[in-house]
Write a protein that binds this ligand. Structure first.
Ligand code: SF4
Length: 272
């Protein structure tokens, strides 16, 4: 059980040495993205529940802190086998992580869809230093095709959720856009997406694409040149293979940076 809750540290392309925190059993999410590199969603749920025992997660964090004494990770990252904000005790676990790792950056990787429906999350996220949500579509039709959401979740609610996140979270937001060739890369879709991004005002826009086996085998990555062109159009950057992790001083009170080696993509879909 504890191995399910806390994993790593892994070397992340964006975050450096990152201790992962997983709050849900494989594979529990309110989306079933065609590109998910963790596999198809087995439990498509939009219910907040105590999916993994809260004390097991907190105990695993304490054990990890002891194990890593003298070699602390750069970040403690809530990610894992599905959507972490679905956990009913997410806020309590995040507070515990803050206490157990007071100096490390606390990062949340989320699909960003639940802040409008569960407004308590807007308080629960305040202990984080950095939030990395996703937005892959410019329209409802493409949202349905690429993210295959729980039937009760609309694209308008996803946008409202991200807008509330921006309003209420003053620290860094790095918004991730996953590009699937032939699905969300049409000019009119990208234009709609760019309009939403201008409204949402993330601190950074990160373009991502496939580098592992997707849930749907027909999913194709665009060429590097095409991805670079889309990143330019959207005002973002392609997630680099080598990166200097840099979280702004207002997020943490001090700026930190550290060059890291290429590593597996950090993703809310996969603990690695
Ligand atoms: S990519 Fe993330 S949001 Fe999409 S199905 Fe996988 S875990 Fe859920």
């Amino acid at each position: 059980m504890r191995k399910q809750c806390v994993f790593g540290p892994i070397l992340s392309r964006r975050l450096g040495s990152s201790l992962g925190v997983n709050l849900v059993p494989y594979k529990t999410c309110n989306l079933d993205c065609v590109y998910c590199e963790c596999g198809a969603t087995l439990n498509l749920s939009i219910e907040r529940r105590e999916y993994l025992p809260t004390m097991a997660v907190i105990d695993a964090l304490q054990e990890a802190a002891l194990r890593l004494r003298g070699y602390p990770p750069f970040c403690v990252t809530f990610a894992g086998w599905g959507e972490p904000t679905l956990h009913a005790q997410f806020g309590r676990i995040a507070e515990a992580a803050r206490r157990i790792f007071p100096k490390e950056h606390l990062v949340l990787i989320t699909n960003g869809t639940l802040f409008a429906r569960f407004r308590e999350l807007l308080e629960e996220i305040q202990v984080f230093d950095l939030i990395i949500p996703s937005l892959d579509a410019g329209t409802e039709a493409v949202f349905q095709r690429i993210n295959r959401p729980h039937p009760s979740l609309s694209f308008a609610e996803h946008l409202e959720s991200l807008a509330l996140l921006r309003q209420r979270f003053a620290k860094d937001i790095w918004l991730e856009v996953f590009i699937v060739e032939g699905l969300n890369d049409a000019p009119e879709e990208l234009l709609a997406l760019r309009t939403h991004l201008a409204h949402l005002r993330p601190n950074r826009i990160h373009l991502n694409t496939l580098d592992r086996r997707p849930t749907c085998t027909w999913v194709q990555a665009p060429s590097r040149e095409r991805l670079e062109a889309i990143a330019h159009f959207l005002g973002g950057e392609v997630i680099p293979s080598f990166h200097v992790a840099r979280i702004s001083p207002q997020a943490t009170g001090h700026e930190l940076s550290g060059e890291q080696q290429c590593a597996p993509r950090e993703c809310h879909s996969t603990p690695r």
